[in-house]
Design a protein around this ligand. Sequence first.
Ligand code: NAP
Length: 444
Amino acid sequence: MPISVAIIGAGPAGFYTAEALLSLPIGARVDVIERLPSPYGLVRAGVAPDHQGTKRVAHRFAETASHDSVAFFGNVAVGRDVSLDELRALYDAVVLAVGAPSDRALGIPGDAMPGVYGSASFVGWYNGHPDFCDLAPKLDTRAAVVIGNGNVALDVARVLVKSPAEMAETDIAEHAARAIHASPLTDVYILGRRGPGETRFTSAELRELGRLADCAPVVDPADLPEEDGAGGDAAVAGSGEIDREKRIRDKNLAILRSFTTLSKDTKRKRMHFCFHAAPAEIVGGERVEGLRYERTRVEQGHVIRTGVFGAIACGLVVAAIGYRASRIAGLPFDGERGLIPNEDGRVAPGVYAVGWAKRGPTGIIASNRPDGIACARQIAEDVMTTSDKPGRAGLERLLGERGARWISFAEWQRLDAAEVTAGGGIAPRRKFISLAEMLTNLND
Ligand code: NAP
């Protein structure tokens, strides 16, 4: 009997695991179970709509999904249509590739005020994630603050200021494109609680901001250290990792420095980098009217608050401060780190975690590949090939009995083709947002 594996989550971590399982001589049959009707997780709903190059990896995942030994069960939610215990009874191994879909809490006064959004919901909204399509963020404001100095903060800020022409060849959700391009927004403030030498930006993403059609990045030269790159903990070279961090830091500082000399006269919009500013309070009543921040300095890697405050008037705040995994019924959860406790991916007998659910929310799409390879090896080591668990046949029977309507990969490919056609040859696709729209299209 082949080994039967259920992978929960059809994002990068799930598909890299499926791919690695297929590459081993264990005759694995792999079922990828996904709560949404569509596959590809963050590639579809997290990666910025104007970063189409990054989304190309979906072709690789589609090849895996099309393999004879792989089945896709879209629109099947574990906990609603089938329980984790049932999957453990049906399959030799269950892999949790569920990502980190929730926002880390901001935890300051006013953070629940209308007009404050976490990046999970805001990014989901502009990317057409069905959970967030009704977010309707209020964009009738001239100024927005994006909290965080990571790549998600840059994504959010960039999508807010790009022109309609710059977004034409993207797959931004139509509702978001309409709202953003009708907004009077001219100023976006990117707030970092550390300095310009301690950001988590990658250089390509930062550099892009100097080339926007209608928006100029604004950096105060006084915020930048001397040009020799001295200062900051990462400057102390020693190991390969520290050297790498120093190179990124130096590159980012050079890019930020180049922003100080860019001509701003021809641009209508501004993206302001505000360093050493920790969010302290969201100010307003019915909705956000501003954000108070506390000046900081960084000592030995620690953020020290100075008791000196400043404020930015704004009508929108997006907190892009990282993500958390969600608790799965029947399994322990590490609330502190926001992930599923595991020992190098092993969660419980026959249960494994990969990707952000295993490691926490860091790294690019390809960072999930080593997790998938390691997990597949562990499964090959742990699972007896003599198992007679029913696997796919058992899942189909159970879902059938419950009247669950799952989307197969062949059905997804029809929806995919319809989305691409709807893009009209300019946009890469126009996304279906709801399950109802997708089912209507499949029934036509
Ligand atoms: P991230 O890289 O971990 O950055 C989170 C940022 O939020 C950090 O600057 C952090 O500051 C700040 N932060 C956390 N808590 C805060 C608080 N309470 N108040 C103020 N600031 C706070 O997370 P991310 O931007 O969500 O990205 C997640 C992962 O996806 C990263 O590995 C990222 O590189 C990757 N990603 C990559 C791309 C790309 O390659 N194009 C695009 C998007 C995302 P501290 O440093 O002080 O903690």
